[in-house]
Design a protein around this ligand. Sequence first.
Ligand code: PEP
Ligand code: MN
Length: 363
Amino acid sequence: MGIELEINPIKHWMPKIDNPLLIAGPCSLESEEQAVETAKALVKDKRVFAYRGGVWKPRTRPGSFEGIGSIGLEWLQTVRKETGLPVGTEVANAQHTEEALKAGLDILWIGARSTASPFVVQEIADVVKGTDAVVMVKNPVNPDVQLWIGALERLNQAGIKNLVAIHRGYTPFGETPYRNHPNWKTVIELRRLVPNLPIICDPSHIAGKREYLYEISQKAFDMGLDGLMIESHRDPSCALSDKEQQLTPNDLAKLLDKLVIRQQVSDNKEFATQLEYLRSRIDAIDTELLETLSARMEIVKQIGRYKKDNNVMALQINRWSELMDKRVSLGENMNLNKTFVKILFQLIHEDSVRMQTEIMDQE
Ligand code: PEP
Ligand code: MN
């Protein structure tokens, strides 16, 4: 069951686009010179379609650089004048939004912390109401697709049709090399529920470190996403925020050269492309399945150690038959074949018992 939102394709507000939407620019604007110099280097690369620059910065802890403020809007206007690139910034309350609209910015985006707050999103929606603003909505900090869709709905109800979703990852739980863990499952779910919504990826805030930008960006394209928002600074070592994840415009070009950018699915009706897209989704889901199984096995090991310490047997037959019944009926509710679920859980259980027995046999 889809969710009906009236959404324009990217081409509607960016007619010149014939490639994935690439938005690049510094995490924060720091000076007019830094803003313009970075933009001039970026615009040389014809793959860059728009410029981003944070003016009001949501920082986790007070005392970090919280953005240059309203003056940055003037610098964005200069960037547009000097390079012809459409320009955008993050807005996090009604006042930011009013000022950004007044400055005639081409793109506004709502940050991950703001998307998590329906009050904030509504306040922004009330200001953009009735305009033809382009608004991009980052995923909320927690992997809640409904909250993400809720934000898009609030904007759509305010008459905003130029909408784009941005996947920037989620606050990690447990070990991950990334700053914000990507969760492609939520992206697939968003695509399934709102198929006409353009979705791009922000690999910078997922990665947190330059070294991961390539793998995340490639994955985003393999998943059929419509573009990237990526941070680029003329000299990342001096950046006042997010130093470790920003690329020089030159390194950005090198990254783009390496990426295999597939056709946008919506533009290509050919069977082969569609098949490739669907297969890439299967690949992503299979990866998630294996990650989930591995997380399950870690818990199984913990239970094994716990049982050993308490001198309890590995195989608990009552728990096992109860679990099997529950899983089979849960699977049936999800339209999965009963025999398939049964065999799957027999295999999982068999290996869990093997694992626990091994732990118990260890000295
Ligand atoms: C940003 O884009 O600079 C930013 C703060 O991102 P996020 O809302 O994804 O943390
Ligand atoms: Mn940033």
